[in-house]
Structure formats: structure tokens, C-alpha cells
Write a protein that binds this ligand. Sequence first.
Ligand code: PMP
Length: 385
Amino acid sequence: NREMLLIPGPTPVVDEIYAALSSETYAHTDPRFVKIFKNSLELTKKLFHTEGEVFVISGSGTLAMEIALINTVAPGEKLLVISHGYFGDRFIPLAKAFGIQVETLQAEWGQHIKKELVEEKLAEGGFKAVTVTHVDTSTGVMAHLEDLVPVVKKAGALFILDGVCAAAATEEDMQKTYGHPDYKLDVVFTGSQKAIGVPPGLAILAFGPKALAAREAMPSVLGYYTDIKNWVSIMNDPGKYYATPPVNMIYAFNKGMEIVMAEGLTTRYRRHHALGRAVRAGLGVYGMKPLASEEVAAPTLSCILYPEGVNDAEFRSRLAAKGMVIAGSLASLAGKAFRIGHMGNVTEEMFVKAIELVGETLKEMGTDANIGEAVDKFKEIYHSA
Ligand code: PMP
């Protein structure tokens, strides 16, 4: 019996993925491995509907952030960071490390940046790209792409989407046009450990035609392992060697992507959105309020404020003792809120159990909790969506 790992990534890993992970390690040039790698890349293309290239590389989400940035924005060029929390902010030091000029629009935690503000900022001119964190894992805020993509693209900037806490749980379709044939996402990336449900270890990126052209236009970039030009031929012919691929992680990733596709993207997205709403509604019965309003609340995780008098460390350690692991909050919210992930290969049963365990824990700590009502609310919302 495994723990219920309900932090916002890594997420629970199912048996089929563990089995794939522990399969025999073939040579990275062995046709049997190459076939699996190719298949996983095909499925990645389908996930993002990209007309460009995909890259699956050893590393974490932060490596993907770095690859996205340095291959599109040259030192000295201007980048606008739209930040809804801790992970949006991470682009600031990252860009500075490469001599990129950064400007930032930072939302108050729990709020989102409205398009008018972005429009106004971009009117200053000269921005090469804009980064948007689809779901900021620190706040549980989801960016409104339908508002942001048109204003960014109208200004002629590249749209870089951090999909680490969103890909495979909500739509990130690079062929989708947002009100004009040219208004599309240019770069989208994620890590293996979130809604794809694979252990941490892979940076997964998709570059659209305009982003690839941006790389082509730069004579060089400040990287070698991180230069996508070195990877394009490998990703199109994975039997070639550039840097040894993580063979077993690719097995696991391929299995993870097969599970995603077997569920179907539309079904998987609908399930995540329903689960997010249902978890928040169920916990709401206990008087627990999400930091973000439903208008911007994410399908993948929720940041939940503690009711009066509930101690964070005690609450989480009591839950951990019952086999349910959730995360604390970051920065100024530390101790005041917890974060619960509801993404990947998770089930309704897990969350019924989670809501029961939260209720029992609140009771042990002297707070009233109507467990039956909370579970009913959860189920009602989950099935009505
Ligand atoms: N972006 C977002 C939205 C994230 O949630 C995370 C990780 N929590 C990262 C980037 C960084 O990914 P990693 O920790 O895998 O480097």
C-alpha cells in the first residue's frame, strides 16, 4: 500500500509506469529502445499539437525553462515575465543569468494579471518574448491564455508557456489560434513528474515554427547541452548519439504518455477540471478557503488557507502519518496555507479518502468537521461537471 502523494508534483506513479521504469536497460542505440523513444516523441507532438519540434531531455522543469529562454531570447534583448507566484518569478534570475533584460508584471499572490496591464506594458515596445506560467504551483492560479495570447502576439513577441503544472491536465494546443491565424503559443514545456504521472527527471519541450526561427536567427546561444540546435537531429532520429538519453526514464515516459492518450486528451482535461472544482468544494465544507477564486483556480493543484487555529506542521504531519502527503506553502504563505495536488493518474477514490482524512485530522485537532457532507459535496461536484 503506497502513500497518497498529493503534493503538486511528483504525483502518484502507477504500477505500469514502475514496471516500465524497471525494465531491462538496453543500449541507447538499440533499435528496441529507439522505437520506444520515437513513440514517446510522437505522443509528445500529439500532446502539444506542435507543428515544430519536440525535445525530451534529462533534467527537471527548470532545465526546460532555461532551454526555452536561451534559445529564443539573446543576451541584451528584452523579456517580459508575467508572474502569478514563485515559479513565474523564477524566470527573473534565470533571464538575468544570461544577460537578458527582464521586466516583470507580478500579481498579488492569488490574483492574476489582467490583459490590459500586459497590453500597456508591451506598448513600450521591443519585447522579444513573454513568459507565462500556465499554472503557478505556489498559488494555484491558472493564467487566462485566451486573454493573454492575443495581446502578446499582437505586440509581436514570442509566447513562452511554462506548462510544468498544467500539461496533460489542461489544453495546451500549439495549433490553436486565439482570434487570429498567427496568434498561437510558440514554446510550451513541462516536466515528467506532474500531470503526466512519471517520476521526476525529464524536461519536455515543444517549439513552434516561430520559436525555431528565433533560434536560427541567433548565431549562437549561451549553452551547449541546452542548445536546441544540437538536439533537433537526435529528436528526429533517436538512434543517433548526442548525449546518452535516460533509457529507463524514456520507457517510463513512453508508458506515461500512452496512459494519457488512452484516456484521451479531452477526457483527461475534463477530469482534471472537475477534480479541481470538487476538491475545493469538498474542503470548503470544512471552512477551508482556496487562495485563488474559482475564476482563476487551477485544475492541477489548490492552495488552501487554513481555518483559524489549525497549525500547519501538525496538520501535515498528522496526515502524513495516515499515509497522505500534502505540501506546505511558499514564501509569505508558509504556515498559513497548504497545497494539495490533484493531477496525473489519480482517482476519485483517492480524493474521497483524502477528504475523509482531512476531516478526521481536523477533528483530532479540535476543529469541527462534517465528513459526510464534505464527501457528498466532493462527489456531487465531481459528477456534475
Ligand atoms: N515551473 C512550474 C510551474 C513548477 O511547478 C515547477 C516545479 N514545481 C518548475 C517550473 C520547476 O520544475 P523543477 O522543480 O522540475 O525543476
